[in-house]
Design a protein around this ligand. Structure first.
Ligand code: AMP
Length: 299
């Protein structure tokens, strides 16, 4: 098994300046796995209720996403609602209904236990620990998290950070964990917590990759229209690990490319609601966007 992704599968309701949508596909795993599918065949572990639309499962299958680790339970799917302010920087969570997610206990099918790459997408750190406990081989583990767990499950999160190879985190979360506003100092403190690789996402301003003394900066693409930033971070980390899984190389130069492809997919994500921006991409679309990043970074 190559890449496994463990995270949430949700029906989201989003209010943004460009419009509103309700009960659309969401959750960290949906974004991560669709983004990763442009590079490899992801295998997901998760839970949905029996109200989860068959059309979305079909969309996952179309993207060659293996659903063997997906449990469909009697009950309602996890639901989340968010509202964006005009500047997109401020997001208010309108509601979080855990439903079947409340008792979710991720169990890896036997065929998943020798994964070479593991993405612990955003779920409770206790569940993320449980996933690592089930692995039978040395895997390259990437961890994504959110401010909620820094506030409510810090001890479990800190012991988890020790166990992973790469931590992908946004600038606010990096500041919460390290009390540092300076990116370099924050990254060094995060590296000292365990992971060899640290990525700090800066939203529309791009991302920074840290490894030892090396630093790489990928710019944010300047987009004329942003409709819905939900899941951009998940899309970024999904494409990043999908690219790593395809290339199977963990050199600094290859990690740079992984971060660029993460940014390429995230730039498509924000241009439409839900997963629509990343669902129907062609290779030529990715190449064209990749070239824009190259042009923006050259001088
Ligand atoms: P992001 O924009 O990267 O914060 O990701 C948004 C996605 O995270 C939405 O599709 C939500 O369904 C999902 N989400 C929101 N809260 C949680 C949570 N507590 N645990 C797991 N997933 C969540």
């Amino acid at each position: 098994m190559s890449l496994i992704i463990v995270g949430s599968l949700a029906l989201d309701t989003i209010e943004a300046p460009a419009g509103s949508v309700s009960e659309v596909p969401g959750g960290s795993s949906s974004y991560c796995s669709i983004a990763a599918s442009y590079f490899t065949h992801p295998n997901i572990v998760g839970v949905v209720g029996n109200d989860f639309p068959e059309s979305v499962l079909a969309l996952f299958r179309d993207h060659q996403i293996n659903l063997e680790g997906l449990v469909i339970e009697e009950g309602k799917t996890f639901r989340w609602g968010g509202r964006y302010a005009e500047n997109f920087d401020d997001r208010t969570t309108l509601f979080t209904e855990l439903n079947v997610f409340e008792t979710f206990n991720p169990t890896l099918p036997d065929t998943y236990k020798d994964a070479t790459h593991v993405l612990l997408a955003n779920i409770h750190p206790g569940l993320q620990h449980h996933v690592l406990d089930q692995l039978e081989t040395e895997s390259f583990v990437v961890l994504d998290t959110m401010n909620l767990w820094i506030d409510t499950a810090l001890d479990e999160l800190l012991t988890l950070i020790k166990r992973v190879d790469m931590l992908v985190i946004n600038d606010e979360e990096a500041n919460m964990l390290t009390q540092e506003r300076n990116y370099g100092k924050a990254a060094r403190k995060l590296q000292a917590m365990g992971p060899d690789w640290v990525v700090i996402k800066k939203g529309q301003h791009g991302a920074l990759l840290f490894h030892g003394e090396d630093v790489f900066s990928v710019p944010g693409l300047v987009l004329d229209e942003v409709k819905d930033p939900t899941g951009a971070g998940d899309t970024f980390v999904g494409a990043l690990i999908g690219y790593l899984d395809q290339s199977k190389e963990h050199s600094f130069d290859n990690m740079k490319l992984a971060v660029v492809f993460g940014s390429v997919l995230a730039s498509f994500c924000v241009q439409d609601f839900s997963v629509d921006g990343i669902t129907y991409l062609e290779e030529a679309d990715l190449e064209e966007r990749y070239d824009k990043f190259v042009i923006m970074s050259q001088f």
